[in-house]
Design a protein around this ligand. Structure first.
Ligand SMILES: [Zn+2]
Length: 480
């Protein structure tokens, strides 16, 4: 189908094409030369930096310190935790040759760092006084992807991984839940993604974890995106790596560890939670440019308008607003409007000689039906700061409404198959892995999580009729 070179396939026509075309046309990302890799362009990287800053501040506020561990991990380390190596083996990239010869022991390019960090924790912890040990690292990791999708599944991606060690289960579980709360807050308050936090069923657990928790967001095609995970690892890694401490009675005990991560996948979540047929819609808190100003004037009036625009931009910047002036002379205002719509800028300002004379500027929101609104130039910083805050809230509410409209509490299999084709089902399940597999084979839906705030409930499994497990409803949906 012939399309405007700038436009994208409508979501309703083909969501997947919409996404693939948009991420490159909005200049967020480009495919790397090696299969499954991505080049994050400045506009996309700025979004990541904003996520990173919000998350890093919260990680530090909760007492963690950043450190850095090596990219290469001896292969034998991964083998020490049996479930861990089994879970990760198919995705590992292994270096067998370096420096012109075969290595005595192959090196794994980290898929995650429990093992190497566990080795160091064993070295650094000797007494209960060394606990809790609260670490985080910002890093890249590699997990070989057979079917890569930019931001969502790439062979190499960026993330933070927290790793902590505690004296007992209670403290480690407090940590696990605290970080799940931090992820929930960043998703909701910064990315305007109203995620559902909850525990994963055993079949969806992280390799080597005792309990895995996640936050699940609903994308605009009704599919789920797991946007962050937090794991209680019990004493599994402590046993494998000898993370021990002497308690206050002088006896040796194994530490209880946790790990938790959020990645560049979050950017994919932002795109698919808020975007529309015109392109990206960015929540102000993650928008590289929150406001773009387009001067509209030709000839001798051009200079006066541009001067006024630059003064306005400086005032907005001083008020803490990320602003960009689009003064490209070679393209029309109409082209610029479409361009910034595609790139998801929350607020656009237009200013011409007549506006200038009236002391006003025209504001258009990326979404909403208010059209163009004339705002007072003098009050612009205050008015725009408030408009950005409103827009952030508007996006969150829109996403909540969308999710609610596509989530159904149900008990019948016929209804289940219908609902998970376009959204999520809250239903009862027996907890048997074979039954989960059967549901997946029939509908492509998987258990996303046991929502944290669900009431106690039991009955029969929606699929097989056996008594339900978990004591509450399970959230099912198709997922990325
Ligand atoms: Zn069942």
């Amino acid at each position: 189908m012939a399309r405007d070179e700038r436009g994208v396939t409508p979501q309703s026509e083909d969501f997947s094409s919409w996404y693939n075309e948009l991420v490159t046309k909005a200049q967020l990302v480009e495919r790397g030369p090696a299969k499954g890799t991505m080049v994050i362009r400045p506009y996309g990287y700025r979004i990541w930096e904003l996520v990173q800053a919000e998350l890093d501040r919260r990680i530090k506020d909760t007492g963690h310190e950043n450190a850095y561990f090596p990219l290469f991990i001896p292969e034998s380390y991964l083998r020490r935790e049996a479930e861990h190596v089994e879970g990760f083996s198919p995705e590992l990239a292994v270096v067998t040759h370096a420096g012109g010869k075969e290595l005595e022991e192959p090196l794994v390019v980290r898929p995650t760092s429990e093992t190497v960090i566990g080795e160091m924790m064993a070295k650094w912890i000797s007494s209960y006084r060394d606990l809790p040990l609260l670490l985080n690292q910002w890093a890249n990791v590699v997990r070989w992807e057979l079917r890569p999708r930019l931001f969502l599944r790439t062979t190499e991606f960026l993330w933070q991984e927290g790793h902590t060690a505690h004296a007992d289960e209670a403290d480690a579980m407090r940590e696990t839940m605290q970080m799940l709360d931090v992820y929930t807050e960043v998703a909701r308050d910064i990315a305007a993604i109203p995620v559902v936090p909850g525990e994963k069923t055993p079949g969806e657990r992280f390799a080597g974890a005792v309990k895995t928790f996640s936050i699940e967001g609903m994308m605009r095609d009704g599919k789920a995106l797991q946007a962050g995970t937090s794991h209680y690892l019990g004493t599994n890694f402590a046993r494998a790596f000898g993370i021990e401490f002497s308690n206050d009675a002088g006896q040796r005990e194994l530490a209880h560890t946790t790990s938790w991560g959020m990645s560049t996948r979050m950017i994919g979540g932002v795109i698919m939670t808020h975007g529309d047929d015109k392109g990206l819609v960015l929540p102000p808190k993650l928008a590289p440019y929150q406001v773009v100003i387009v001067p509209i004037a030709r000839g001798d009036q051009g200079e006066a308008v541009l001067d006024a625009v630059k003064t306005l931009a400086a005032r907005l910047k001083a008020a803490g607003i990320r602003v960009h002036v689009d003064d490209r002379p070679q393209v029309s205002p109409g082209f610029k409007f479409n361009d910034w719509e595609l790139r998801g800028v929350p607020l656009r300002l237009e200013i011409g000689p007549r506006d200038l004379a009236a002391g006003t500027v025209l504001m258009a929101k990326r979404l909403g039906d208010e059209g163009k609104i004339a705002i007072n130039l003098d009050d612009a910083p205050t008015t725009l700061a408030a408009a950005l805050e409103d827009f952030q809230q508007f996006l969150l509410q829109r996403a909540i409404d969308f999710r609610e409209s596509r989530t159904v509490t149900l008990n019948s299999w016929a209804e289940f198959t219908e609902v998970v084709a376009t959204g999520w089902a809250r239903t009862l399940h027996c907890g048997q892995p074979e039954c989960e597999d059967d549901i997946k084979a029939e509908t492509a839906a998987t258990p996303r999580c046991l929502p944290a705030e669900a009431p106690a409930e039991s009955g029969s499994c929606v699929r097989c009729g056996a008594p339900s497990s978990y004591g509450q409803r399970v959230l099912f949906g198709r997922a990325y």
